[in-house]
Design a protein around this ligand. Structure first.
Ligand code: ADP
Length: 601
């Protein structure tokens, strides 16, 4: 049902794009298209995108490209929407395949361009002519606007803040530097931790706010701010009910999110973080909240120590000045995608240079930290950077993962050897992976540890699709697996024999692995490559429990609020899985409420 509605939305989008640009294609016959020539007709071609094959349909007449439509793809909803809309449109308006990539959706953009090139070649098009870049000239105007509350960054924290400020009577403008809203929130696993007797008791789970507090505080090595943690755990459930009041839906089946320590994780009905963004956007689209995408905040306006607005760069390179009657809320997320900043603040890991990818959306570049520091904001816990040993070696994404749980996999290095207990803490596994050739591991499973060929991972991918796309290697014997992975068979065999023996004996695993439930001995075998990836930056702006930003002299910076991953102090040195969604919602909501009540002028 849900999936169908997403598909329907995508088809509607595609249809309107096709219609719109078929018309624009006609209008643009003066765009030096005279030299182009095609065999008129409709052509289809595919290319590899982020989550597998993407197929386009291209319609041409004698001299021009009439329409480009993406007719099949497995890209993540919302994240790729802007590329699916803009790239085909740009190809038709400019009559060229040398069009700009939509930032944040590089793989999708490139796949559309590549597939279109193939289709146009089939239609007899001259690629050299088609590759000539044509500028789309647009009028550039500076903009100045005023609202009660300006929210910077439209991820989960920003959208929560915008809705809550609006519900508290404020007019709101949200700016987002990427072409679409959602940030990391929309691509996250999205489990939400909250003590919830209504759902927990029927499942026989005894939980308490106190336990959630203790686990969060101790799980962060007692480095988190106790007041912020208390605000988080006490408000997690009321904030979840608030989300439900906006249309957010969770299943009743609570989970322990990986690294979450307790079954209090609420799993959304919709995939990844799309449910949160849809719920907020439903509210935003029918209330006094304006969202400006492709608008990048660059500087806070400060007058006599009070933050009164933001200066941003607009989509066309124009200056956008936004004045706030009540205050500015920074919700720009972390700095996981900013290599320079990672290197500057990292103290723990051997390196966080560009060889280490990230699970984060490309917008996570720490802009809010830089802007707030310029107005004397205090930063806390900046060296606490959480890595995972589970990213796609090429993209850093958690998509494409072959394993379905800790119980059913082993990690094999490029020499065919195991090197760590696979049920260890994330940081221990990651540190061990730094020592391996190319920081590379193969996650190896066998056929009877995988539920069914149709079972989907978090990213909606089946093992069958992953094998077809070459992301996962399938082999009918261990010898074949060793050959396909290009590693010594004897080592691979010895590694698995030893592991299987430890399962038989229920102990004695050479790396101290405790979960010894399933042997890996039944062909076909599967292996997927994984590497180190930056996941969450725990440090950031110091805030108080009202989400007000604190300066280096421990005073409140008037007019400036912050929430979400841009802030520090909640998670200490280690964030529990499932606490991030609760954090961004609770503090986003608080920031919105308080900014709405805060009159500056
Ligand atoms: P959180 O989980 O704290 O909400 P997200 O990463 O989900 O964080 O969202 C942060 C959002 O802020 C992203 O969509 C990102 O593109 C956006 N953003 C980051 N820097 C800026 C900026 N300078 N101007 C506008 N938006 C920004």
């Amino acid at each position: 049902m849900k999936k169908r509605s997403i598909l329907r939305r995508i088809s509607a989008l595609l249809l309107s794009t096709t219609m719109l640009f078929s018309i624009m294609g006609c209008k643009n016959s003066n765009l030096e298209t005279t030299q182009l020539s095609f065999k008129p007709g409709t052509y289809e071609a595919s290319s590899k995108a982020h989550n597998g094959d993407l197929k386009v349909q291209v319609e041409v007449d004698d001299t021009s490209i009439k329409s480009v439509t993406v007719i099949e793809h497995g890209e993540t909803p919302n994240v790729s929407d802007a590329a699916l809309e803009k790239v085909p449109a740009a190809i038709v308006t400019t009559q060229s395949v040398a069009v700009d990539i939509v930032s944040g959706a590089t793989y999708t953009s490139n796949a559309i361009i590549e597939a279109t090139k193939i289709a146009l070649q089939e239609a007899g098009g001259n690629l050299e002519l088609l590759n000539v870049k044509k500028e789309q000239t647009e009028k550039v105007e500076d903009i100045e606007k005023t609202a009660d509350v300006i929210v910077v960054g439209a991820g989960g924290a920003g959208l929560a803040a915008a809705v809550s400020a609006s519900q508290n009577g404020a007019s709101v403008i949200v700016i987002e530097k990427m072409p679409s809203v959602g940030g990391n929130t929309i691509i996250s696993g999205s489990g939400y931790n909250a003590v919830d007797p209504k759902r927990q008791e029927p499942l026989g789970i005894e939980d308490s706010i106190e336990l959630h507090y203790t686990q969060t505080y101790e799980g962060g090595d007692k480095l988190g701010n106790p007041d912020l943690i208390r605000t988080l755990v006490e408000n997690a459930y009321p904030a979840l009910e608030w989300l439900e009041s906006l249309g957010m839906e969770y299943t009743d089946n609570l989970i322990t999110v990986l690294g979450g320590l307790f079954p209090r994780g609420h799993k959304p009905v919709k995939p990844l973080g799309t449910g949160y963004v849809d719920a907020y956007m439903n509210y935003i689209n029918s209330n006094d909240v304006e969202v400006m995408v492709e608008t990048k905040a660059e500087e806070l306006i400060i007058e006599d120590g009070i933050v009164t607005g933001v200066i941003a760069l607009g989509a066309n390179g124009n200056k956008v000045t936004l004045n706030a009657n009540n205050g500015v809320i920074l919700t720009t997320g972390g700095f996981g995608a900013n290599v320079e900043m990672r290197q500057e603040y990292n103290k723990k890991w051997p390196t966080l240079d560009e060889t280490i990818k990230t699970t984060n959306a490309p917008g996570a570049t720490g802009d809010g930290l830089i802007m707030a520091e310029a107005v004397n904001a205090n930063l806390v816990g900046m060296n606490e950077i959480q890595l995972l040993p589970m990213g796609d070696p090429n993209t850093g994404s958690l998509s494409g993962k072959v394993g379905v749980g800790v119980a059913s996999n082993v990690f094999i290095n490029k020499e065919g050897n195991r090197f760590v207990a696979e049920d260890e803490r994330r940081d221990v596994m990651t540190m061990a992976l730094y020592e391996q050739t190319d920081k590379w591991l193969w996650e190896v499973i066998d056929s009877d540890t995988y539920p069914t060929p149709e079972s989907k991972n978090n990213f909606n991918q089946t093992i069958t699709e992953l094998v077809e796309q070459g992301i996962v290697i399938k082999a009918d014997s261990l010898e074949e697996l060793a050959e396909k992975l290009d590693l010594p068979y004897e080592n691979l065999k010895a590694s698995l024999d030893k592991y299987n023996e430890a399962v038989d004996n229920q102990g004695g695993d050479e790396f101290g692995r405790k979960i010894l439930e399933q042997k890996i001995d039944t062909a076909p075998f599967y292996a997927g490559a994984r590497s180190i990836t930056v996941h969450h930056t725990m440090g950031g702006l110091e805030i108080n429990t009202s989400a007000e930003v604190i300066n280096k002299d421990s005073e409140i910076i008037e007019g400036l609020f912050a929430a979400g991953e841009v802030t520090g102090g909640v998670h200490g040195s280690n964030r529990l899985g499932g606490n991030a969604l609760a954090d961004i919602t609770v503090f986003g909501k608080i920031a919105g409420e308080n900014a709405a009540k805060n009159k500056l002028k």
